[in-house]
Design a protein around this ligand. Structure first.
Ligand code: ADP
Length: 236
C-alpha cells in the first residue's frame, strides 16, 4: 500500500489518499488546539500515542462485532482505514457529568448518571455546531432514518463495551464522541477514539487523563496520554 497525496488537514489529523481507492491513511498530529483554535501547543509523540490508542480501541470493538473503519495500525502515527462517506453528525455519549455538562445543567462534575445521555451535534463549525435531534437530521437531509437508528444503536453498544474495558483498567469513561460514515449501505464508526475526543479519568483519584489537561492548564498531558495508552493496551 502506497501513501499518496494529502486530501485534508483537520485539527487533529491529516488524511492521505492511498494507491487503493477504497483506503485512506489517517496521520495523527502532535498538535493540541483549544476549542476555538486560538491556543496551540505541540506535544511530541502525541500523534503516535493516539494512533496506538485508536488502533487498539477500534480492534477491540471489531472483536465484539461493532463495525469500524479500522483496517490496520501502520507505522509512526498512522492508521489505515476504509474510506467512508462521512455523516456530518457527532454523537456524544455521557456516562458521568463532565465539567461542560455540569455547567450546562448546574450539576456536580463527577456525578454518575443513572443511564447514558446520547446527544447529536451537527458538524458545522460555521453554524456553531448546534445540538440537533433525529428529526433535524432527517428533515434537513443530514442523515437517513436508518442511519440515525444505526448510529444510536452502535454508539450504545460501543459505550457498553468500552465502559467495561475502561472499568477493568481502573479508568472511568466519562464521555466520548463518535463520528460515523457509510461504505456502501453499511454504517460504521469512523474518525478517532482517543484522549483528544474522550473524557477519561482515573477511577480512584478522578485524575483527568485526556485533552482537558491541556484545555484546563493542568499540565502533564504527555505523561497522562502515555499512562492511559499503557494501561489500556497492556495484555489482558
Ligand atoms: P476535524 O478538524 O474536522 O475534526 P480531523 O483532524 O479529525 O478534523 O480530521 C479528520 C477528518 O477526516 C474529519 O473531517 C473526519 O470526518 C474525516 N474522516 C475520519 N475518518 C474518515 C474515513 N474513514 N473516511 C473519510 N473521512 C474520514
Amino acid at each position: 500500500m502506497e501513501k499518496k497525496e494529502m486530501l485534508f488537514e483537520g485539527s487533529s489529523k491529516r488524511v492521505y489518499a492511498t494507491d487503493r481507492e477504497s483506503l485512506l491513511l489517517l496521520d495523527f498530529k502532535d498538535d493540541f488546539l483549544d476549542h476555538n483554535g486560538a491556543k496551540k501547543t505541540r506535544i511530541p509523540g502525541k500523534g503516535e500515542i493516539n494512533a496506538d490508542i485508536a488502533g487498539f480501541l477500534f480492534q477491540y470493538l471489531e472483536n465484539y462485532h461493532v463495525p469500524t473503519h479500522f483496517i490496520e495500525r501502520n507505522s509512526g502515527s498512522e492508521l489505515l482505514v476504509r474510506k467512508l462517506k462521512m455523516i456530518p453528525i457527532e454523537v456524544v455519549v455521557h456516562n458521568v457529568v463532565s465539567a461542560k455538562l455540569a455547567q450546562r445543567f448546574r450539576l456536580d462534575e463527577g456525578q454518575h448518571l443513572d443511564f447514558p445521555i446520547v446527544e447529536y451535534y451537527l458538524k458545522a463549525p460555521r453554524l456553531g455546531s448546534p445540538q440537533i435531534n433525529e428529526t433535524h437530521a432527517m428533515a434537513l437531509g443530514y442523515a437517513k432514518a436508518d442511519d440515525m437508528r444505526a448510529m444510536g444503536r452502535l454508539a450504545s453498544k460501543a459505550n457498553a463495551i468500552l465502559k467495561s474495558l475502561f472499568d477493568r483498567r481502573g479508568l472511568l469513561l466519562v464521555e466520548f464522541i463518535l463520528e460515523f460514515g457509510s461504505a456502501g449501505d453499511h454504517v460504521c464508526i469512523g474518525d478517532e477514539i482517543t484522549p483528544d475526543n474522550c473524557r477519561i479519568w482515573d477511577k480512584r483519584k478522578n485524575r483527568k487523563l485526556d485533552r482537558e489537561r491541556f484545555l484546563q492548564d493542568l499540565g502533564g498531558a504527555e505523561k497522562a496520554y502515555r499512562e492511559l495508552c499503557d494501561r489500556l493496551t497492556r495484555a489482558m
